[in-house]
Design a protein around this ligand. Structure first.
Ligand code: ADP
Ligand code: MG
Length: 653
């Protein structure tokens, strides 16, 4: 492994010239040159640079100089628009295949790729499962596979993405000779894991420093009810300074933003519960400096490029050290001094932990799903993730993880994704389209449009209804027809409601045994994730320099204390202990559980009751409308393990 800057003594003006010519930059930033050279040398590479340090350039320049297409996989595809705009503005042929593209645009992009006109194609990892795309990819010549946010491939990292586990296999399948992995946050374990999965030698890792001298890290221990006043005072000092306040829950974002606004500090709440148009508007106002403060759940800030953020304040405890590091990394990109403050107590630790517990599927759920697969009478298994998630009460993310585990065990393999829902928008009147056809074909086309369920602009085409009304309309024929109309530009076509089609290749497993094995894997994950929360508390209680400790977590040793974090300035933080809560007596639990057996019926279980009392929603809980019960979340302040232990005697017999 190498720490940059590297000893790039040799004059290689060719690369600098290319950098200037294509991107208008007059020099490489630390680490970039080493990675670029390695790729141009035919090797694979890993670049671990902090957010904003310029990781994208590490593939953008090689993509222009390598002979064939560069494929970029990103979990943040929706946020890549700026990058595409940037590349296109520099005359670089780049495109993104996302689910909002019409068939026509999609085809145009793949045509370009086939003719060798495209240099960079950005996709989501799910795209690799799309049957049509796979067939097309097979015919393309590829030079480089780039994995952005590559820590997602490691189960030891934060934000693990199950589909990423398949990437090494895709690389083989589509004969991608070289790989570049990009991430801002990888601990030494995660780094090793990433390299091993793609067979990249350790010396091909380029790491630039995590330590940012202009960020003043500060830990402020504060009781829950003192936080808002502290925050207001902090912002009042310089109300115009661009600030992000991070919170855990959507409702906290709303509440804090309202409190700040009332105190004369204009602030907007930003979270996943808002319409995307509103989110975009808030983001733009923030970028333009019209709204100095955004109170956000972690969804905010990814992919935004604002250099003068002066404050990042964690109102709630961050989820992990990786998240913390990424979030504070958004401050002070311009190199000017910026404050990164966390307000810490132990009061809401349980709420954070509950996010983790909610992701662990129960043994009953695992067994149910495995029984379903084992008993499935045909080799093809078609599922809608949402329905499956509800049927077996497994949240979508762990469900996807589970399906990948089964894939890696040779039990099933994803074949393709098809769509149950086709919607279209007319670009010309229906009659004009009908007039293009005669005889039987005209009747067939009429049957399609007759079945259309039209809302304001879009009409849904229920294919089964078309078939029911017209017996010569098989599914394939309808889809081909719709595609044809779209190709002609008569309509715009959209597909929704993905149905995942799997092939079941092995039904010889023992569901009971395998369920126990998988439950153990998920239990391990649960332990790792809960430990992350303990780790972050330990960081904030660090008796030694915070900057040094943070850097060390990511494998970088800074030789001296920073001299400007709160530990260096005023000493270690003492986080007040968890305030003791009233003990969980049998009476109290009995009272809370009153009526639950009837409400939960056959689903009643220790796991579900604990989740309910701790305010953890699950797909089944949502279906049973458990949130409406007064007992929902009644014990959310209590550690989950404590609730589980206290409830267990109720299920003893
Ligand atoms: P990261 O992915 O590491 O968070 P980006 O690749 O998005 O960072 O780059 C951040 C910004 O730095 C972008 O605006 C990019 O154009 C700019 N940048 C990258 N490399 C250079 C360079 N060598 N000189 C000047 N600006 C650069
Ligand atoms: Mg990036």
């Amino acid at each position: 492994m190498n720490f940059s800057p590297v000893n790039s003594q040799q004059p290689a003006p060719a690369l600098e010239t290319a950098l200037e010519k294509h991107f208008g930059f007059n020099q490489f930033r630390p680490g970039q040159r080493e990675v670029v050279e390695r790729l141009l040398n035919g090797e694979s590479a890993v670049a671990i640079f902090p957010t904003g340090a310029g990781k994208s350039l590490c593939y953008q320049l090689p993509a222009l100089l390598l002979p064939h297409l560069t494929l970029v996989v990103s979990p943040l595809l929706a946020l890549m628009k700026d990058q595409i705009d940037f590349l296109q503005s520099r005359g670089i042929a780049a495109a993104r295949l996302d689910s909002s593209l019409s068939r026509t645009d999609y085809d145009a992009i793949l045509n370009q790729a086939r003719q060798g006109q495209l240099k960079i194609l950005m996709i989501s990892v799910e795209r690799f499962r799309n049957e049509r795309f796979r067939a097309q990819l097979m015919r393309l010549k590829l030079s480089l596979l780039v994995v952005d946010e590559a820590h997602c491939i490691s189960e030891w990292g934060h934000n693990f993405r199950p589909e990423y586990l398949k990437l090494p296999q895709y690389r083989q399948e589509f004969a991608l000779p070289q790989v570049l992995l990009l991430t801002a946050t990888a601990t030494p374990e995660v780094r090793q894991d990433m390299c091993q999965k793609f067979a990249i030698p350790a010396q091909n890792v380029t790491l630039t420093g995590f330590y940012r001298p202009n960020l003043n890290l500060q830990v402020t221990p504060l009781a829950e009810d003192k936080k808002i006043a502290h925050l207001q005072a902090r912002l009042l000092a310089t109300p115009q300074a661009p600030t992000i306040v991070y919170v855990t829950l959507q409702k906290t974002a709303e509440w804090v933003a309202a409190e700040l606004s009332q105190a004369g500090l204009p602030a907007r709440a930003y979270h996943a519960g808002l319409e995307s148009s509103e989110r975009e508007q808030i983001q733009n106002a923030f970028l333009a400096g019209e709204c100095p403060c955004v109170v956000a759940t972690i969804a905010f800030g990814m992919g935004i490029d604002k250099a003068d953020i002066r404050r990042v304040i964690h109102y709630d405890l961050p989820k992990s050290i990786e998240n913390y590091s990424q979030e504070i990394g958004r401050a002070g990109r311009d190199g000017k001094e910026s404050r990164c403050e966390v307000l810490v107590n132990r009061q809401r630790v349980s709420v954070l932990e509950n996010f983790v517990y909610g992701d662990t599927p129960s043994l009953v759920s695992l067994q149910g799903l495995l029984n379903e697969i084992k008993g499935h009478p045909e080799p093809l298994w078609e599922v809608k993730l949402r329905s499956l998630s509800q049927a077996f009460d497994i949240r979508e993310l762990p469900l996807k993880t589970l399906l990948v585990y089964l894939d890696l065990r040779g039990i099933l393999s994803p074949k393709y994704t098809r769509f149950d829902d086709y919607s279209l928008k007319f670009n010309r009147p229906v009659e004009a389209i009908m007039d293009q056809f005669q005889g039987e074909r005209r009747d067939f086309v009429a049957a399609i449009f007759d079945a259309a369920e039209t809302k304001r602009v879009w009409s849904r085409i229920p294919i089964d209804k078309v078939q029911a009304n017209y017996d010569r309309a098989d599914r394939q024929r309808v889809i081909v027809a719709l595609d044809y109309f779209a190709e002609k530009g008569w309509i715009e076509l959209e597909t929704k409601q993905a149905v995942e089609v799997f092939e079941i290749s092995d039904q010889s497993f023992d569901p009971k045994h395998l369920a126990r094995e998988l439950a153990a894997v998920f239990a391990d994950k649960e332990i790792t994730e809960v430990a992350r929360i303990a780790q972050i508390l330990a960081l904030f209680e660090s008796p030694s320099c915070l900057s040094a400790r943070l850097a060390a977590y990511f494998g970088e040793n800074i030789s001296q204390n920073c001299g400007h974090c709160s530990v260096c300035l005023t000493g270690a933080a003492e986080i007040p202990p968890f305030e003791a809560l009233a003990p969980l007596t049998a009476e109290k639990l009995t009272e809370l559980c009153l009526g639950l057996p009837e409400k939960l019926g056959p689903h009643d279980s220790l796991g579900l009751r604990c989740k309910m009392l701790c305010g953890i929603s699950t797909p089944l809980g949502t279906r049973l409308k458990l949130k409406q019960l007064p007992a929902f979340g009644a014990l959310e302040q209590y550690p989950f393990a404590e609730v589980r232990a206290a409830l267990r005697p109720f299920f003893a017999n």
